[in-house]
Design a protein around this ligand. Structure first.
Ligand SMILES: [Cu+2]
Length: 177
């Protein structure tokens, strides 16, 4: 890509980021490039089981290699709804605002997800559906996979952005080595 084209693309990207930031929840926020990108199961070098409790993860530190694709098997073993979300601290902070809205709209109710509510606001299959590839949002007892290719750069955390949980310490470190 020529420098001029790159500049145009960069501007377009920052505009779409702003648009997503102001909008409703979901729909690939456009900033996943910072923490990596969705991976393919066939490229995963290994599986890591992550257990979610009220309010912490087990394990709390995950070691990956730059460029590595990992299949996370995420299990909610707590009594509350929890999220596993891979991103930078800034991304988590932005996501917490969206999650607060989900609670205010009744889409997250303590230990339950209101799927009708999550689907209602959409119209286009996007708004509160929480379908970003870098995260899963699970009810107690549920399990789902996240397959992620880490770029190997930046300050990456996995975190739960359900209101109050990050503040209670529900986040973990991704270390590159
Ligand atoms: Cu949580």
């Amino acid at each position: 890509m020529s420098p001029a084209k790159f500049a145009v693309a960069a501007v377009a990207m920052s505009i779409s980021l702003t648009a997503f930031g102001a909008g409703t929840h979901g729909g690939g926020h456009g900033h996943s490039a910072k923490s990596g990108e969705p991976g393919k199961a066939s490229e995963a070098s290994r599986s890591i089981t992550v257990e979610m409790y009220d309010n912490y993860y087990e394990p709390e530190i995950i070691e990956v290699k730059p460029g590595e694709t990992v299949r996370f098997v995420v299990q909610n073993k707590g009594q509350l709804v929890h999220e596993f979300n891979i991103g930078t601290p800034d991304m988590h902070e932005a996501h917490q605002k969206e999650m607060r809205m989900m609670v205010e709209h009744g889409a997250i109710q303590g230990g339950k997800l209101n799927h009708d509510m999550m689907e209602m606001d959409m119209g286009n299959g996007q708004s509160m559906n929480h379908d970003d590839p870098n995260s899963v949002l699970l009810e107690p007892g549920d399990s789902q996979e996240v397959i992620w290719t880490f770029s190997g750069k930046g300050n990456i955390e996995f975190a739960c952005n359900v209101p109050g949980h990050y503040q209670a310490g529900m986040y973990g470190e991704v270390n590159f080595n």
